[in-house]
Design a protein around this ligand. Structure first.
Ligand code: GLY
Ligand code: MN
Ligand code: MN
Length: 438
């Protein structure tokens, strides 16, 4: 038997909190689709983040329904036990054991979803469901919705209105408490140690992939099930490609290496970027540009506390990085004009950060009813300013061409300020050089 990763009481409490907010609506959350190539080769499975958040249940082909006010309030559809399939693919709980272990009110075999759905959902005003996440299951969901409609003929009701379950769930997932913060902290610590290992190990002549391999080995060896996203290991000019992920080039003497890598712990992921010299010593020019980006990052982080707005951080990031561009002679003119015309996006084309948690770009709105949302205690997010000057940019001063720098940390907002969860990954120039010297 595969045991739940965490105490199932945690998930039960989360379901109770969600049930309280559903009023007369129901919530339907489907598992993530399985990845099978050529109908034959299976890839490692990761549960849908919302389904994990509310159940701890890790199997594919499962669906959770939460429906307040009438028993059963929590219903989980799961695969049946199957001796033959379990011989090939491994353990599955089956409805009886799943009901007992995960403490949901009722479990059914997934094959019964279509027949049970109209009975379970009768009388509810609307449904929270996320379309287009699991397109195969969408078809079953819509067919079951139609069966529900047909089961109430001439009632005057049409199809139940559908609201986006991800937006709804984001309001819960945005606020991290006890066990979530422990998981988030551990994910960040392991990720930070992975970055330190990369700093200590890289040598000119190694391939980007060899550096990636060391980090992945470290993460899994620390009990991480998988990385939170495909890492970027980008030497020299490769770092100026934002989503570079070939990771197949050589790390050359004299170049910088940008690594954006984070690993999971109990489904929560870290998301760290560090940029450091492959030979262990920044050149004067590299140090000059790096220090500018680091100063921006630290200035923004120094202001983080409850009550500030993410939108203001975005604007401040753009403003400070544009100051750097002006200082380095990458752009000229009035700062306000540069920003209003988006000219700064030539060298800083992304945002200052994003919510972080079960997903690297975690659930949660940045604006609510058109208004920017204030940052509150318990929220986690990244701060990640960068500056990228492609080698091919003939307008840039020649000494800066081919330099791409990003520095990314993970932040927890506390009652009176913030905590940098990724502080163990060195980022001051002297700390990086000391770490790399062993
Ligand atoms: N690693 C993904 C990101 O930084 O947003
Ligand atoms: Mn990020
Ligand atoms: Mn990142």
């Amino acid at each position: 038997m595969r045991r739940p990763l965490e105490n199932v009481e945690i998930f039960k409490k989360r379901r109770e909190a969600v049930l309280k907010k559903l009023n007369n609506s129901a919530l339907v959350i489907a598992s993530h689709p399985e990845m099978i190539r050529n109908h034959d080769v299976h890839f490692p499975y990761r549960q849908d983040s919302n389904l994990y958040y509310l159940t701890g249940f890790e199997e594919p082909e499962s669906v959770l329904i939460l429906k307040p006010g009438s028993f059963p309030e929590s219903v989980l559809f799961v695969r049946k036990k199957n001796v033959e399939r379990e011989t090939w693919d491994g353990f599955r709980y089956g409805p009886d054991m799943a009901q007992e272990v995960f403490q949901v009110d009722k479990c059914f075999p997934i094959e019964e979803f279509h027949d049970q759905f109209p009975k379970l959902l009768k009388g509810y005003e609307s449904i929270y469901y996320r379309l287009l996440k699991n397109p195969e299951f969408d078809k079953q969901f819509l067919a079951a919705l139609d069966a529900l409609r047909l089961s109430t003929p001439r009632s005057g009701f049409g199809l139940l209105p559908i609201h986006d379950a991800d937006v709804f769930m984001g309001e819960f997932r945005l606020y991290k408490s006890g066990p979530e913060i422990s998981n988030q902290r551990r994910a960040c610590q392991i990720s930070a140690e992975g970055h330190k290992l990369a700093m200590k190990s890289v040598k000119p002549g190694m391939s980007e992939r060899q550096v990636q391999a060391l980090m992945t080995y470290y993460y899994l060896n620390q009990g991480s099930a998988r990385e939170g996203y495909h890492p970027i290991v980008a030497a020299g000019n490769n770092a100026t490609t934002l989503h570079y992920n070939f990771n197949d080039q050589v790390c050359k003497d004299g170049e910088l290496l940008l690594i954006d890598s984070g690993t999971e712990f109990n489904y929560y992921t870290g998301d760290i970027t560090r940029t450091f010299p492959i030979n262990g010593h920044f050149t004067n020019v590299q140090a000059q540009v790096y220090q500018h980006v680091l100063d921006v990052e630290k200035e923004i982080i120094s202001e983080l506390k409850p009550g500030i707005f993410f939108k203001d951080l975005q604007e401040k990031g753009a403003s400070l990085v544009t100051d750097v561009m002006l200082e380095l002679g990458l752009l000229s003119g009035r700062k306000e004009d540069i920003i209003s015309s988006n000219a700064h996006r030539k060298y800083y084309p992304h945002g200052i950060g994003h919510w972080l948690g079960l997903d690297v770009h975690d659930a949660g709105l940045y604006f609510v009813n058109g208004q920017p949302r204030p940052i509150e205690s318990g929220m986690c997010f990244t701060i990640e300013p960068g500056l990228y000057v492609p080698e091919s940019d003939k307008q840039a001063p020649v000494e800066y061409r081919g330099i791409g720098i990003r520095i990314e940390d993970n932040i927890l907002i506390t009652a009176d300020g913030h905590e940098v969860l990724t502080a163990d990954a060195p980022k001051e120039i002297k700390d990086i050089e000391n770490c790399m010297a062993g």
